[in-house]
Design a protein. Structure first.
Length: 279
């Protein structure tokens, strides 16, 4: 079950309203890499976890915390919208407040749809989508995605941090940035622990490795002009999984001839050799 504590995880109070920045902050709520995505991702990974104990608990701990971040950001957006559009838009275009909201860079949905509150959308007004979450049931694959998600989330939060000079907003974002750092390190540690305990190992998924064509599991095909890609450690030397060495194919050739097109159903009216009748 879930229990909602009425206090915020961290303070969310801007020094002054700013409806234009509120639109930018929406990205951290409902964007592809926003808090709503990671909250749902970690929770569904936890609910999908087949191993009771520390890994499941970790997923649900952090997923629940991310819901708290959604609440913090939503509170901040609502406070940034205080007095808008009536005050903010009047300064930009006194004769047409709605036009002022658009011209001034405010998200019109904040006044039309949510009545001065946050919306479950990104900074362009695109609705949040559950298609963005990853919950595969394979913990190593999922933890790798989680570490990447925290990296993208922190990158965007850092960019938004530099788009405001409001001390209250910056103080909250400093907390968010720190939690992103903590979560990145936690997922990286969890990846190592999964492998140390022999629950998973690279490449993912490990259980299908015996079916792979071993002739092609270690080669880098040079498919660009020049040979710059040969300069990395991925071109020669030991593979990270310890199961052999890399090989660089400087001039790879196709492994099969040009395919022969299949015959076409005449009632599909595809263009075929010889014209409409295929003669």
């Amino acid at each position: 079950m879930f229990y909602h504590y009425k206090g915020l995880q961290f303070e969310a109070s801007p020094e002054r309203p700013d409806p234009v920045f509120a639109m930018k902050l929406q990205e951290l709520i409902g964007g592809h890499w926003g808090e709503m995505t990671v909250a749902m991702q970690y929770l569904f990974q936890g609910w999908n976890c087949r191993i009771p104990g520390k890994y499941k608990d970790l997923l649900l701990d952090i997923g629940t915390e991310e819901l708290a971040h959604v609440e913090m950001l939503s509170t901040m957006v609502a406070k940034l919208l205080e007095g808008a559009p009536a005050e903010a838009t009047a300064r930009a275009c006194e004769d047409d407040p709605m036009l002022a909201a658009i011209v001034g860079g405010m998200n019109p949905q904040h006044s039309i749809v949510s009545g001065g509150g946050p919306v479950l959308a990104d900074s362009a007004g695109t609705p949040w989508s559950g298609k963005w979450i990853v919950a595969s049931g394979n913990l190593l694959a999922d933890f790798r995605v989680n570490a990447a998600a925290e990296g993208q989330s922190k990158l965007q939060a850092a960019r938004v941090f530099n788009m405001t000079d409001d001390p209250g907003v910056k103080e909250m974002l400093r907390f968010n940035l720190a939690r992103d750092t903590a979560h990145q390190n936690i997922w990286l540690a969890a990846i190592e622990e999964l492998k140390d305990e022999g629950l998973e190992y690279d490449p993912i998924p490990a259980g299908i490795l015996d079916e792979e064509n071993k002739e092609h599991d270690h080669t880098l095909w040079n498919l660009s002009a020049g040979g710059d890609s040969a300069q990395g450690r991925w071109a020669t030397g030991q593979r990270p999984d310890g199961r052999g060495s890399f090989e660089y194919l400087d001039s790879p050739e196709p492994l099969a001839p040009e395919p022969t097109p299949p015959t076409a159903d005449p009632y599909l009216y595809a263009t075929v050799p010889g014209g409409p009748n295929g003669s």
